[in-house]
Design a protein. Structure first.
Length: 270
């Protein structure tokens, strides 16, 4: 791909996207969602790295990330708290699934209000059910936050029929992968574990930020192992760390869970 164009659009209620856009037709694109705090983008270096990795692995041209950052800060302005969403598509063109010779990259930047209930979740914990909708394996896309999110749409729809705050999502081999929209990690015998994401699931920016502060071992985790953990947590860029109070009928003492996590932070930062 010798030539390409990158167009940045700060969206509003009247923003139009071409019906020929490959993101709309094929899910040909990716996105990242960041927390706005004091008019800045939390964990921006990691979000930037995600965009760069997605572009490389999906055969996009090299993005002008500086232009994307500048436009994002322009969209945020003096907003003290909120959500920044950056969606990138390959634009229109190409024959069928075939890639266009000169892609017209579309960058859609949206600023949204913060989610109010995440603070309550952090304080009181959440209850989880187990989703019966399982994630397929595709190692080529594993870890990436692509626009192909139909599995998550169906998972969320099923969640509405369950008495829970979120769900534990498994892969086709019944390994624990994540929640509907967050990563999971757990503590057992003073060790921190998180599910392997080699075949499916999303490698979250917040989880990556925790890896710089905590010794996290990534491994296959069964439902039985998860239920036997001393503490379980969800995390993503918007909610931060949220303790799990219950998974189905298994209860967790979130006061103890928070204390165990605080001990891990203290141990790693001595």
């Amino acid at each position: 791909m010798s030539k390409f164009k990158q167009t940045i659009i700060i969206t509003n209620d009247h923003t139009m996207v071409s019906f020929q856009d490959r993101g709309l037709n094929y899910g040909d694109g990716f996105f990242t969602t960041a927390r706005i705090n004091d008019a800045s983008i939390e964990h921006w270096p990691l979000h930037k790295a995600r965009l760069i990795e997605c572009a490389a692995r999906l055969a996009f041209p090299t993005l002008d990330v500086m232009a994307i950052e500048n436009a994002s800060l322009q969209a945020i302005g003096d907003m003290q708290s909120g959500i920044l969403k950056i969606v990138i598509t390959r634009g229109s063109g190409g024959r069928g699934y075939g890639l266009p010779e000169a892609p017209s990259i579309q960058v859609l930047i949206t600023v949204l209000p913060a989610v109010a209930h995440y603070k309550t979740w952090q304080e009181q914990g959440v209850s989880l059910a187990i989703s019966s909708i399982k994630l397929a394996h595709q190692p080529v896309l594993a870890g990436l936050k692509t626009l192909n999110r139909l599995e998550q749409v169906l998972i969320k729809n099923q969640m509405n029929t369950l008495n829970c705050d979120d769900v534990v999502v498994l892969d086709i081999n019944d390994n624990v992968i994540e929640s509907s929209a967050a990563n999971l990690f757990a503590i057992k015998n003073e060790q921190i574990f998180s599910p392997q994401l080699n075949n499916c699931g999303i490698t979250g920016v917040y989880l990556k930020s925790l890896c710089a502060k905590l010794a996290i071992e990534f491994k296959q985790i069964s439902v039985e192992e998860l239920l036997a953990m001393d503490a379980v947590f969800m995390c993503n860029s918007l909610m931060g760390v949220v303790p799990v109070a219950a998974i189905m009928d298994t209860q967790f003492d979130i006061t103890r869970s928070k204390a165990l996590l605080a001990t891990q932070f203290a141990k790693e930062n001595v």
